[in-house]
Design a binder for this molecule. Structure first.
Ligand code: LMR
Length: 346
């Protein structure tokens, strides 16, 4: 009995003391940060988001709580940008194809065959022009923190095809990108803008005949189960911009902003290290599943795709800017050996 009373007394004293002092660090209400995205967890973006959560909470113990919502669970494509601007979510990472309402210049990333491979895209993202694009939407309330890589995009359809003439008249799901809409027209096909979460069903029910995406997205969403042929066109890059609500970000305490910036930079390195491996694994898994056939193009077939896209460059050059297009194209040039660079300067 006496022991029970002592325990009760100790408990009451503990509660009283902790309430009195407002118990500093451990009782501080953490800033809740919602990070929403539309892909599966086992993708570069899915893994990088979890890595960011782990790092941010480790660097800022008790100060932040990061909640990650994958697979369009919280917001899908149509709503996530609006939700960010309303501060209903604080961090999103849409693909670069989904920003053309906020800046026309970003359409440079969607120009077909502008990057010879994923490394060239990364080089452009890290260039002065690429970094400037991160800051180009601040007046619209968005700040880009970093780019996250996924991988190259390929076309797939529910029929056998090799060249643009084979997909004439077919309907393809595209992301919310005017460049892609024009691209499909250039092939004589129809592009239908559609949220990512709706694509599997649209393919399964025949609402669309095909789609284009990275291997990682096709595999994790099981698109290969409802497609006959995937042609390795490598026609574009599927990378992301991690964006935050500018007002929210600028209003964060300095130490929190610093910790989040560091966590984001480290999560970006992690993302870019795993992106290629995740896409290679997904490609191998699609082949092993034996449902959709993956086809490589001959040089002559690839030349047909490249020829067909020329009108798209003409159409978007004025909006994007010829200089920016040139800068992006230059990232595919082989690096000049140092000796030659020195000679050129003389
Ligand atoms: C798509 O809509 O196909 C992609 O942007 C999805 C994603 O975020 O990778």
């Amino acid at each position: 009995m006496f022991k029970k009373i002592t325990n009760l007394f100790t408990a009451i004293t503990f509660v009283a003391v902790t309430s009195l002092f407002g118990f500093s660090a451990s009782a501080q209400t953490p800033i809740v940060i919602k990070l929403s995205h539309v892909v599966a967890e086992n993708t570069p973006k899915g893994q990088a988001s979890l890595k960011f959560k782990e790092l941010a909470e480790k660097k800022l113990p008790g100060k932040v709580q990061v909640q990650v919502f994958p697979n369009s669970q919280l917001f899908g494509d149509a709503k996530e940008m609006e939700a960010l601007l309303l501060n209903d979510v604080q961090i999103i990472a849409p693909s670069l194809s989904k920003f053309d309402r906020y800046t026309k210049k970003i359409q440079v990333f969607d120009l077909p065959f502008i990057f010879k491979d994923a490394d060239a895209a990364l080089k452009f993202e890290n260039s002065k022009e690429g970094k400037a694009l991160l800051k180009s939407m601040e007046d619209k309330g968005l700040i880009g923190l970093n780019y996250w890589a996924n991988g190259m995009r390929h076309f797939a359809a529910n029929k056998d095809f090799r060249v643009p003439a084979d997909i004439k008249g077919l309907k393809f799901r595209i992301q919310a990108s005017d460049v892609y809409e024009s691209l499909m027209k250039a092939f004589g096909a129809n592009g239908q803008k559609m949220a990512f979460a709706e694509v599997y069903q649209a393919l399964q029910t025949g609402v669309v005949d095909g789609q284009e995406n990275s291997f990682s997205n096709m595999y994790s969403q099981k698109f290969h189960e409802v497609q006959k042929t995937i042609v390795e066109t490598n026609h574009g890059i599927l990378d992301y911009m991690v964006v935050v609500n500018a007002k929210w970000w600028n209003g964060l305490p300095a130490d929190v902003k610093k910790g989040l910036t560091e966590a984001m930079n480290e999560a970006t390195i992690f993302n870019n290290q795993i992106a290629k491996q995740k896409n290679d694994e997904a490609r191998a898994a699609i082949e092993a599943a034996g449902k959709a056939k993956i086809v490589k193009l001959t040089d002559a077939q690839l030349a047909e795709w490249k020829k067909a896209v020329q009108p798209v460059y003409k159409q978007f050059e004025a909006e994007i800017g010829a200089d920016l297009i040139k800068a992006a194209q230059a990232s595919s040039n082989p690096a000049q050996p140092k000796a030659e660079k020195a000679k050129d300067k003389k």
